[in-house]
Design a protein around this ligand. Sequence first.
Ligand SMILES: [Fe+2]
Ligand SMILES: [Fe+2]
Length: 262
Amino acid sequence: METPYTASGEVHVLPSHVEIPGLGLIPVNAFLLRGSEPLLVDTGVFAEREAFFATLCKLIDPADLRWLWLTHADPDHMGSVYQLLEAAPGLRVITTFIGAGKLTLYGALPMERLYLLNPEQSIDIGDRRLTAIKPPIYDAPETMGLLDSKSGALISAGCFGAVLSTLATDARQIPEDELAERQILWATVDAPWLSGVDRTHFANALNRIRALAPTQVLSSHLPIAPGMLERFLDTIARVPDQTPFVGPDQAAVQQMLAQAPP
Ligand SMILES: [Fe+2]
Ligand SMILES: [Fe+2]
């Protein structure tokens, strides 16, 4: 885990990262939205769930959390879900039917701890309205980003993420061409199905995101990105023309290991 930082006002980033050998570093963010009914978006990487929970406790007493928005149930997003459910008896998990089903593969999850929402539906939580958004790029069927009415931020799940060469806390720090290249690389890794997507369908999906006009993009896999949506949409519009990523096979890995210094 890295040190949490503020995205804007009451929106905090809990950053971490994972490394893909040979490719680079993928930021992994969860977000805390303070307010009359505090909300956490995602719960970090499963392998570092203890560290995530300790970091969260420095920002807020978990018992004060009322809501968890789970963008999807992948192990880099659901890490501390069960610790959190125990520490915050009043907390409910906002996810889809499929997301809830996947969570039960990790442990029991009573219906009263869930709130099922589908894309384009909204929920009012205290002083903010959250609207579920299906991002144009995703890697799991249950994936839901959200638009937060109070901050105006779009939390996009893994969409707009990048495999970085060095970590940053603001995407504006990364040279434009390099960031575009690394976002495209990530998209070909995370969503290889995009190479076969219908172009009109994909363009329409991008336009729906454009129409939301968020104040900033908060991706699970990118530093904060104020005012960068238009650029990002242009970048990911190029993804369907790319070759999907295919990792090294066993022979390639053995060759790399043979060449590595002892
Ligand atoms: Fe994922
Ligand atoms: Fe992810």
